[in-house]
Write a protein that binds this ligand. Structure first.
Ligand code: AP5
Length: 228
């Protein structure tokens, strides 16, 4: 059995979750961050927050995200650099959705070196592509705390309300079926090459993301511990 919160265990590096949209990166990143009391850095969540707040960055990112394309590095890299500079990131953190291109990975490698971090650990979510459409179109997120549900596989106890804080659940605009194809295509073209990139560097560990959430969590925790 996997222990729950691990009060004496800290992350000692960046852990990167890599995998296609809907593979379960956000679900697992939240859980790993909770167990190791580490920050969960989701570039998707950061961008969605800018969109919700109507910042100029959010206004530039919104139409791009709505088409299922990647937001330019001129927006994303500044956001990541600012976040890593915050004191809560001094031990390590969990990246979900970043890096997404080889250029972003090279930039991140330099940034981590400058901050004195060890080489990152990359957890690769390997999944049967046939599961992705159901996971993406069935996803609902809490407007308040960002908790992730699935109307098919992980429904809330109370219809359309978050179990944790009662917040309203909503569907992401890019989770509509017609945007799923472009998102998966962007992943194959721009992000999948990172698998070979990190494997060559000896940083990659595969996880079977088709398994139930608890089994994936147990394996991810095991991988993180083995790397320490
Ligand atoms: P982002 O928010 O990063 O989305 P994504 O990478 O497309 O990944 P998802 O959030 O769709 O999936 P996930 O793997 O986190 O799955 P989840 O855990 O939610 O990016 C959104 C957009 O922002 C991009 O398209 C781009 O425009 C922009 N962007 C972000 N980062 C960028 C960057 N670095 N550069 C440029 N642009 C960037 O799970 C999915 C569903 O499955 C849920 O319903 C969940 O309940 C369910 N589920 C999870 N695990 C399981 C399981 N084991 N069994 C059954 N159901 C499960």
């Amino acid at each position: 059995m996997t222990p729950d919160v691990l009060p004496h265990e800290k992350l000692d590096r960046a852990v990167i979750f890599l995998g296609p949209p809907g593979a379960g990166k956000g679900t697992q990143a939240k859980e790993l961050a909770r167990r190791f009391s580490a920050p969960h850095l989701s570039t998707g969540d950061m961008l969605r927050e800018h969109v919700a707040q109507g910042t100029s960055l959010g206004q530039r990112a919104q139409p791009i995200m709505g088409r299922g394309e990647l937001v330019p590095d001129s927006i994303v890299l500044r956001m990541v650099a600012d976040r890593i500079d915050r004191p809560d990131c001094s031990h390590g953190f969990v990246f979900d959705g970043f890096p997404r291109t080889v250029a972003q990975a090279q930039w991140l490698g330099e940034l981590l070196k400058q901050h004195g971090f060890k080489q990152p650990l990359v957890v690769h979510f390997v999944i049967n592509p046939g599961l992705l459409l159901r996971r993406i179109t069935g996803r609902r997120m809490c407007k308040v705390g960002g908790e992730i549900y699935n109307i098919y596989d992980r429904p809330p106890k109370c219809d359309a309300r978050c179990d944790n804080d009662g917040g309203e659940l909503e569907q992401r605009p890019d989770d509509r079926e017609e945007i799923v194809g472009p998102r998966l295509a962007a992943y194959e073209r721009q992000t999948a090459p990172l698998v070979a990139y990190y494997r060559r560097l000896g940083r990659l560990r595969d996880v079977d993301a088709s398994k139930p959430v608890e089994e994936v969590t147990a394996r991810v925790v095991e991988i993180v511990r083995e790397a320490r």
